[in-house]
Design a protein around this ligand. Structure first.
Ligand SMILES: *Cc1c(COP(=O)(O)O)cnc(C)c1O
Length: 443
């Protein structure tokens, strides 16, 4: 922390040495400094956090929080789980990174484990990445490759490239490729032009989807390489798709030889009460995807993501040199991932997600606060629909009362506690929410 730009901002504090404590002594001061050294991409941080344990987090002022956001559905095991800490420490003492010219044992074990928990058929393969957006980039590239290699006749007939269909309200990340499939106009339009041959179809409207498929072959309209969707649209406010719709989309994909890409960056790895959301009949209608992407929860807080391509020949389309990333699947991330999956399995956290989720939704609806109009979600990915658009004030009120929740939409709070959350933690969160005043100011 000896950056001259940092210390320059403190010229009135002339006598203080440039140690950590001289720069900021409390949350408010650190936040002021944050804003002088970071772009404003993330807005002003709510607090400056210091450390955590289980489902609890402490800020630099020593305030304690019950964390029902878990770093946006990332910290599956909560904070500082001893098994995770030990695995990361042990691997850090061996190798953190070796490049993809070499492999590591945790990387191979993690890929095998992911194929197993996904119930992936013979011939399925894993590609690792470092974030959700990057996982989707890999899926988009694989879909493009599929369109180029396997839909040749259809492309020629249309004289146009194969398309990727995404849904309105969908979120797939912020890098340029992933952003091309992310719906929200305000975050997409300033960065156009993005990828061509990406089309948005109204979420939930099967007739519109069929129409888009049927338009293939008209002059300038290519075949459909893939449909990309989230089974629960997380960033749109935790909105589950209708399983009958998903089944219908799968049938359209089958009859047109198109891929179904399910983005499980937020829903994957136990979050919804199954290892993957597509394994829930009440979300997927029982259909299998061709590609699943995952990230947030997979390595318990360590940046990691990836993609599973189901079955041959799809999974074998990437040949050496076609795609890659320096850090992807590195041993430290893989060891963190392996520890996360092991703990989830051994502590029964997939089942815990299902049970605690039910307790949470029931508790909120029964708590009698008229501000809460409805709850929805699966497992531990949940939303509280507010009666008024006061989500930001609600989030701030909860934070001031020791509970971290997230205003995911103007009238929606997202609740995504770590998978280790206990019955008592849920009861405590419900009792804090129950006391929330109903006259909070609107967004
Ligand atoms: C968070 C999220 C992403 C993007 O992940 P990053 O790690 O932020 O790049 C993509 N898809 C879904 C469904 C997500 O929830």
């Amino acid at each position: 922390m000896t950056n001259p730009d940092c210390t320059a901002k403190r010229e009135n504090d002339s006598a203080k040495p440039s140690t950590r404590t001289s720069l900021g002594s409390g949350s408010a001061e650190w936040i002021e400094l944050y804003n002088t050294v970071h772009t404003h991409a993330f807005g002003t941080p709510l607090r400056v956090m210091d450390h955590g344990k289980g489902a609890r987090l402490w800020d630099v002022d020593g305030n304690e929080y019950l964390d029902f956001l878990a770093g946006i559905a990332v910290n599956s095991l909560g904070y500082a789980h001893p098994r995770w800490v030990a695995a990361v420490n042990e691997q850090a003492g061996k190798t953190a990174h070796v490049s993809n010219y070499f492999a590591s044992v945790p990387q191979i074990e993690l890929a095998a484990r992911l194929l197993q928990i996904a119930g992936a058929p013979e011939g399925s393969l894993v590609y690792f990445a470092n974030s959700g957006a990057e996982s989707n980039e890999a899926a988009i590239k694989l879909a493009r490759l599929y369109g180029t290699k396997l839909l040749g006749a259809e492309r020629e007939q249309a004289g146009a490239p194969a398309r990727i269909i995404a849904l309105t309200h969908g979120f797939h990340g912020r890098t340029m490729g992933a952003l091309s499939t992310t719906w929200k106009p305000s975050i997409r339009h300033p960065f156009e032009p993005l990828l061509p041959a990406v089309e948005f179809v109204e979420c939930g409207d099967l007739a519109a989807m069929r129409e888009s498929f049927d338009s293939a072959g008209r002059p300038g309209v290519g075949p459909v390489a893939a449909v990309m969707l989230e089974l629960i649209q997380g960033e749109a406010g935790v909105r589950p798709l209708d399983p009958r719709y998903v089944k219908g989309v799968r049938e359209l994909c089958d009859s047109h030889r198109s891929l179904l890409i399910v983005d499980e960056v937020q829903t994957g790895i136990g979050r919804t009460g199954q290892w993957f959301a597509f394994q829930r009949e009440d979300l997927s209608g029982g259909v299998m995807p061709d590609i699943v992407t995952f990230a947030k929860g997979v390595a318990g807080g360590f940046p990691m993501g990836g993609m599973i391509a189901f079955g041959r020949p799809l999974a074998s389309l990437f040949t050496p040199g076609m795609h890659g990333s320096t850090f992807a699947g590195g041993p430290l991330a893989a060891a963190a991932g392996l520890a996360t999956l092991s703990v989830i399995e051994e502590e029964g956290l997939v089942g815990n997600a299902e049970q605690r989720g039910e307790q949470l939704r029931r508790g909120i609806m029964a708590c009698g606060n008229p501000l809460f109009a409805a709850v929805r979600g699966r497992g531990l990915l949940n939303a509280v629909q507010l009666a008024r658009p006061c989500a930001h004030a609600a989030m701030n009120w909860a934070l001031d009362h020791g509970l971290i929740v997230n205003a995911v939409a103007p009238d929606v709070l997202r609740l995504a506690p770590p998978l280790i959350v206990s019955e008592a933690d849920i009861a405590e969160a419900v009792s804090i929410l129950a006391a929330m005043p109903t006259d909070l100011s609107s967004d």
